[in-house]
Design a protein around this ligand. Structure first.
Ligand code: NAG
Ligand code: NAG
Ligand code: NAG
Ligand code: NAG
Ligand code: NAG
Ligand code: NAG
Ligand code: NAG
Ligand code: NAG
Ligand code: NAG
Ligand code: NAG
Ligand code: NAG
Ligand code: NAG
Ligand code: CU
Length: 570
């Protein structure tokens, strides 16, 4: 049986980090099965180096990472470096059948990640079926040598990785989702650094603890690696000040509760300014969609002051908004701002050359289809769930799109993913018909020229059920210039855009029955997946692919593939 270390108090002190400029770091990732015990059950899960969550990678801005991935498991696997832009090198991005074929059992691949302007907390995770449930970890990028944080140096720091735990085998949860056509099995717990916390009888002794000295300030490196839910997080009697998100600095945003979506990261300052004691940190789901069921449990960890005192028993629990508090959710999401200082300027595209408008919807297909012998699926009305961007369910190809594009292999994808919906309708109407819920399907990409200024408006729809969607773009960070409820109004809404200090993010939660507008410049040629970071939604097809063409200069083209690239069998 494995011995886990996550209940130990490990504080990484900041002195002496980031000594050398432009280092190359070479950690080894061994993908393997390991037995873990949670909630009284022991089961085998897929891990990196036998750890759950997986190893934290430390780097400085501008460093190069060479990750030797060795697959000693029985699963096909790929690893995605979430938030790393991978300039001109989509070969290392990772999503299966988009930029590579999976590493089959017994194979190896060295992924090269050249960090550029990213700073703060990024993360890495598996990007093959649902294996990211246990295969994920933090990637911490420190300021480069000779520079500092744009906030007072914290006494210490700690990664806080939020996850979701099923007692069932995650492969079975995935297969049943596809088979049944309904919602996924509800998870058994959320976890903080791999532990559900001591509100569960079977997790009393292993609850994650973070030790703090009275009067000192700490940096929480938070990653939401949860599969299917946005979480609210709070620490009893303490306030949380977000100073960074998705690998970019933000203006300090202080509140008692934060909201964080799957795919998002946050750098959070916590001042240990309360009477020495033990305090719960806690997280639970936000779910404004009100459709279906979800995991309503609370995960906890303990913030523990040093010194001699008689601890409160139990420690105080924080107050967390109700699971359906969509006002808090939307408001919090819309409150983030770029730091936008002279040392950390922003560069929001203004002369927009490409306008895109993408609806994001939950859809229904008739059941059966050819993938199951079932005549009744477990979706509403016996239908099978699907999900779409511009009414297209993304169909995964068998040859990865990057390989097909680079080698000009025909027939793998179509290049006519629409810039706007093929039919317009009242996207957030309460009166949509069943016929409108039927999607189209295909493997289509949207082609973009190099150096275009793109504005993309995501429009949530009320088809089947309006729910929030955390949309994630690979290869880029984007400025979130606006968001709002209801249908986007092309005349009125742009007048309220924030072009002064919009946050730079790689994942934006589009509120249920609402819209969000993002901007980015296509300065990174490659094949880039864009998808909802709720795992059930991407499994149902809520994704699409951008191909950004090469520019004119030799420095503006995709670099050649690495020698050991895991290609798909032709
Ligand atoms: C996990 O536990 C099972 C049952 O105790 C055992 O058969 C198996 O070898 C273990 N696997 C690993 C990877 O330790
Ligand atoms: C693993 O991926 C290969 C393609 O690279 C595929 O042929 C094979 O069926 C996959 N295996 C599993 C177990 O999914
Ligand atoms: C049909 O779906 C049900 C519900 O998920 C499942 O239990 C059953 O195994 C499926 N049957 C077949 C033949 O796929
Ligand atoms: C925890 O243990 C107590 C006492 O044995 C029991 O009453 C309770 O149902 C258990 N709670 C859970 C969540 O298992
Ligand atoms: C935490 O805050 C609550 C409510 O404000 C207060 O009643 C309690 O005494 C505080 N606990 C500690 C240990 O400071
Ligand atoms: C949203 O945030 C603003 C500013 O913090 C606050 O004034 C307002 O009351 C909030 N609205 C809701 C619905 O929470
Ligand atoms: C189902 O299979 C039939 C016969 O093989 C084929 O004609 C049809 O296109 C398939 N439908 C889907 C939705 O794949
Ligand atoms: C769209 O639908 C919403 C909700 O049903 C309704 O309030 C609104 O009036 C509709 N808009 C138009 C232009 O029909
Ligand atoms: C929905 O589609 C069916 C079959 O194509 C058709 O008979 C029906 O009239 C349509 N209903 C509406 C409201 O469009
Ligand atoms: C999506 O496409 C299908 C098939 O063409 C069509 O029946 C349906 O009305 C479309 N739905 C929307 C919302 O555009
Ligand atoms: C590529 O090189 C040209 C000529 O030196 C320069 O103008 C351009 O800005 C460079 N592009 C990038 C992305 O560095
Ligand atoms: C080379 C290598 O690591 N091979 C391993 C791949 O995974 C299988 C299944 O766990 C092992 O049996 C091999 O030893
Ligand atoms: Cu979604």
């Amino acid at each position: 049986m494995k011995v886990f270390v996550s209940s130990l108090i490990v504080l990484f002190l900041l002195s002496g980090v980031a000594q050398a400029r432009r280092k190359t770091r070479r950690p080894k990732f061994v993908i393997q099965d390991s037995n873990f015990t949670r909630l009284c059950n022991t089961k085998s899960i897929l891990t990196v180096n036998g750890e759950f969550p997986g190893p934290t990678i430390h780097a400085a801005r501008g460093d190069t990472l060479l990750i030797d991935i060795i697959n000693q498991s029985k699963e096909n696997i790929t690893i995605h470096w979430h938030g790393a832009k991978q300039y001109r090198f989509p070969w290392s991005d990772g999503p299966e059948f988009i930029t590579q074929c999976p590493l089959e059992p017994g194979t190896k691949f060295t992924q090269k990640i050249v960090l550029t302007d990213e700073v703060g907390t990024l993360w890495w995770h598996a990007h093959s079926e649902w294996s990211r449930a246990t295969v994920h970890g933090a990637l911490l990028v420190y300021p480069e040598e000779g520079t500092t944080y744009p906030f007072p140096k914290p006494r210490g720091e700690m990664q806080i990785v939020l996850g979701e735990w099923w007692n069932s085998d995650i492969g079975v949860v995935h297969d049943e989702l596809i088979e049944s056509g309904g919602d996924p099995e509800i998870s058994d717990a959320y976890v903080i650094n791999g532990q559900p916390g001591d509100l569960y009888n079977c997790s009393q002794s292993d609850t994650f603890r973070m030790k703090v000295e009275p009067g000192k300030t700490y940096l929480l490196r938070m990653v939401n690696a949860v599969m299917n839910n946005i979480l609210f997080f709070s620490v009893a009697n303490h306030s949380l000040t977000v100073v960074g998100s998705d690998g970019a600095y933000t203006k300090p945003l202080t509140s008692n509760v934060i909201s964080i979506a799957p795919g998002q990261t946050m750098d959070i300052l916590l001042e240990a300014n309360q009477p020495p004691n033990r305090y719960y940190m806690a997280a639970k789901a936000y779910n404004g969609g009100l459709r279906g069921q979800f995991d309503t449990t609370t995960t906890t960890a303990i913030l523990q002051y040093t010194g001699n005192y008689t601890p409160a028993s139990p420690p105080p629990l924080p107050t967390i908004p109700a699971f359906n508090d969509s006002d808090f959710q939307s408001n919090y999401t819309a409150s983030l701002r770029s730091l936008a200082s002279s040392e950390h300027p922003i560069d929001v595209p203004t002369n927009i050359s490409t306008h895109l408008f993408f609806t994001i919807s939950i859809n229904l297909n008739i059941c059966p289809d050819n993938s199951t012998a079932n005549t009744t699926c477990l979706g509403p009305g016996g239908n099978r769930f699907a999900a779409t961007v511009n009414n297209l369910t993304f169909v995964q190809p068998r040859i990865d799109i990057l390989q097909a594009y680079y080698k000009q292999i025909n027939g793998v994808y179509g290049d006519d993913f629409p810039d706007i919906p093929t039919t317009t309708f009242n996207y957030t109407s309460t009166l949509l018909t069943q016929n409108q819920t039927r999607p189209d399907a295909g493997t289509k990409v949207n082609m973009l020229e190099y150096n275009e200024n793109v504005e993309l408006v995501f429009q949530g729809t009320s088809l089947v059920a309006g729910v929030d969607h955390p949309m994630h773009l690979h290869g880029y960070s984007f400025y979130v210039v606006g968001s709002g409820p209801g249908n986007f109004d092309r005349e009125r809404d742009p007048l309220n855009y924030n072009l002064v200090d919009p946050p730079l993010q790689n994942t934006i939660t589009v509120r249920r029955n609402g819209w969000a507008a993002i901007r980015f410049r296509t300065n990174n040629p490659g094949v880039w997946l864009m998808h909802c970071h709720f795992e059930r939604h991407i499994s149902w097809g809520m994704g699409m692919v951008f191909i950004v063409k090469n520019g004119k200069g030799a420095n503006e083209t995709i670099l050649p593939p690495p020698a050991n690239m895991p290609e798909c069998p032709l």
